[in-house]
Write a protein of this length. Structure first.
Length: 160
């Protein structure tokens, strides 16, 4: 379970980064410094996470001089992706108690533990696929000049 938090971090980077950058910022969004719960927004509720992502998206749309129609379409994608992230969090469940109980037991149920991992990864995989679809929708919403501006921004962020 030690690496599952990095998958959560990737999904959020996908949700924010893909919406904001049409895929170019997927791995460089706000993944840095993510906590192990809450997709980098450790301890925050869904409304706080949505406000944070919305602020990031709006800043990027301002940089792109996005039209009102583009903003509406991209915010719709963002809202769908945030819902997918929340669903992935819920489906992944909080299994810490179950994992601790398994650790303390004389004979942990390996099949159950593997099933928990599979359940968690399936939820994350579904959200990641939705993020890709969202990125394609954002790509198609932006002009070639806007996409290039985002690509250049992504390149600068990757060099840091």
């Amino acid at each position: 379970m030690a690496s599952s938090w990095s998958w959560k971090k990737t999904v959020v980077a996908g949700a924010a980064g893909l919406v904001v950058a049409g895929g170019a910022l997927a791995l460089t969004g706000f993944a840095g410094g993510c906590g192990h719960h809450g997709f980098g927004l450790h301890g925050r509720d869904p409304a706080a996470m949505a406000a944070f992502v919305t602020d990031r998206v709006d800043d990027t749309l301002d940089d792109l001089d996005a039209t009102p129609e583009q903003r509406t379409r991209i915010h719709a994608v963002k809202d769908r992706l945030l819902a997918a992230v929340q669903e992935a969090r819920g489906e992944g469940g909080d299994h810490h108690g179950e994992l601790l109980a398994a650790w303390r037991s004389e004979k942990p149920d390996a099949a159950r533990l593997h099933a928990l991992v599979d359940q968690h990864l399936d939820a994350i995989r579904a959200a990641a696929h939705q993020a890709v679809d969202g990125a394609i929708e954002v790509h198609d919403t932006l002009t070639p000049a806007q996409r290039e501006k985002l690509a250049a921004k992504a390149e600068r962020r990757m060099r840091r």
